[in-house]
Design a protein around this ligand. Sequence first.
Ligand SMILES: [Zn+2]
Length: 286
Amino acid sequence: MAFSGNVLDRASHRRGDQAWLTQQAATGLFLPFWQNRPFVLRERAAFLPWREEWRACTGIFLGLDAGQPLFAVDLPGEEEPQLGEGRFEEMRASAFVLPARDTAIAGQAKALLDWHKRHGFCPNCGAATQMRDGGYRRLCPVCNAEHFPRTDPVVIMLPLLNDECLVGRNLRFPPGLFSAFAGFVEPGENMEEAVRRELREEVDLAVGAVQYHATQPWPFPSSLMLGCYAQALSRDFQIDNHEIEAARWLSKDEVRARLANRIEDEMKLPANIAIAYHLIKDWAAR
Ligand SMILES: [Zn+2]
């Protein structure tokens, strides 16, 4: 699954040691980012030797790749920096072309760099915060509050009933796309409760058992997708017309035919980088 299976040793027990980090940086390789886009060369994430001109940029420690220290560095500016061969590629588009390994590493970097960009000030007292632990913590020098990179849990679920699954069209989806339903887990909710609430809200569907299937880190900007199947108690639903503009029950045979591109019409199922694709495909395969 895209963005999963990160092979790096994050050395989380050592990255709090600034002297050790400085040592790693001396032999480190750096993946440049610009406007949340990784630097890509010949369909690989391009790790480059350190450049003095990056001195003032935000740099984070990614981990050790068989002993090789890897970092990411965020380059500022409105104009795309020229680093020679290669270019800055939008993260989602990169996930389609990079090897799985590079997608996972670039996703980790993107989620972290993006968080630092948006969390320069202490939410407790408003003072400017300072990066610590190679990027895995920010510390407020005034009130001593510690801030940690966010991971926001999102439930994503495919309702099932007998031999059918329910897919829906969010108003923000590209034309023709139908997918699983999704929403942020709210404070005080467990995963199953969030699944039931979201399906009530979006399609007024009554749901019984909720079964966990898989998770996926999704760095847009910092989600952890919790993939579930939801046992519908009835075929009846009512779209909210607020987030969801259409929903359809699909038979397993139809899903199989669509995944095999045997049906030619406007309707599209999610791309294979998304956990929604895996929820649909894995159900159709069993
Ligand atoms: Zn503070």
